[in-house]
Design a protein around this ligand. Structure first.
Ligand code: MN
Length: 214
């Protein structure tokens, strides 16, 4: 995050933080390549197109497509944000360590422990109806973590929640290897979690103000 505002239509696809085959054997290289280079890129392209269409609409004071355009903005913008988090949330299998001290203390305090949190997250991801996500996020209004399902990229979310750990359960994330076995993908996905990235995102989201773990 540079802190600089991004002008309309100028979003770019972030590079993967590892080679396509880094997540094997949990997620195969072909799936990562298609997912990042085609699916994620399309959300970035469509987000840019939508923003430019909104610039044009404002210029012409033409609000006839505003509902459609702002729905596209929510869908593609959320898709871009969640995929950007998803890639950095993962690392080579078995190398992502354990939850950091702040993450751990907040998971203990609210969810009753990492194990219970993981059980709820697994159920959340497994039971998303259709395409969507499981999202662990920091909610500034509640000053704590919360866990929600998300349908598509934006529906059923808790307003204001900043995503820290997300699992993509759209079929494009796992279908080549796992076909309809979403539960198999999710159980192995845990071995990819990069807990240091989650901790860093938590610190950024809270500006380091974490009373439970001081
Ligand atoms: Mn996806």
């Amino acid at each position: 995050m540079s802190g600089k505002p991004i002008p309309a239509g100028e979003h770019t696809l972030p590079a993967l933080p590892y080679p396509y085959d880094a997540l094997e054997p949990v997620i195969d290289a072909k799936t990562v390549e298609i997912h990042h280079d085609k699916h994620h890129k399309k959300y970035v392209d469509e987000l840019n197109n939508t923003e430019l269409a909104l610039v044009k609409a404002r210029g012409q004071k033409d609000w006839s497509r505003i509902t459609c355009l702002e729905n596209d903005l929510a869908f593609n913008g959320s898709g871009h944000i969640l995929h950007s988090v998803y890639w950095t949330n993962m690392t080579r299998p078995g190398t992502g360590g354990a939850p950091g001290k702040h993450t751990q203390s907040y998971l203990d305090w609210y969810f009753g422990g990492v194990e219970t949190f993981m059980a709820q997250f697994t159920a959340t991801a497994t039971k998303v109806q259709g395409s969507g996500w499981a999202i662990l996020g920091y909610n500034p209004a509640f000053c704590r973590l919360e866990l929600t399902q998300c349908e598509k990229h934006q529906d059923c979310t808790l307003q204001g929640t900043i995503p820290l750990l997300v699992c993509d359960v759209w079929e494009h994330a796992y279908y080549l290897n796992y076909q309809n076995d979403r539960a198999g993908y999710i159980s192995r996905w845990w071995t990819l979690v990069n807990w240091a990235d989650v901790e860093n995102r938590f610190l950024q989201a809270t500006h380091g103000k974490l009373p439970l773990s001081q």
